[in-house]
Design a protein around this ligand. Structure first.
Ligand SMILES: [Zn+2]
Length: 76
């Protein structure tokens, strides 16, 4: 039966679960944004600031479909 699948049809954006999140860089204090994938749950990784190119350690978790930042710190 395909009835259930049709009922819970999800739009493209939700299917891929990418969300753009803005936060403040711990080095230069500019507001920067990154795209997080929420399809695998929370993650932690190091990403360079797009303004000052310093490495930022970012970790986030997914709660009820929303991306919640847990940590934004200098990676050194
Ligand atoms: Zn920066």
């Amino acid at each position: 039966m395909t009835r259930v699948l049709q009922k819970y049809h999800v739009p493209w954006k939700k299917m891929y679960n990418e969300e753009e999140v803005s936060f403040q860089c711990p080095y230069c204090f500019q507001t920067i944004s990154m795209v997080f994938e929420s399809m695998y749950g929370g993650q932690s990784y190091i990403e360079d600031c797009e303004v000052c190119c310093q490495p930022i350690e970012v970790s986030y978790r997914i709660h009820e479909g929303e991306t919640i930042l847990e940590k934004v710190e200098r990676a050194q």
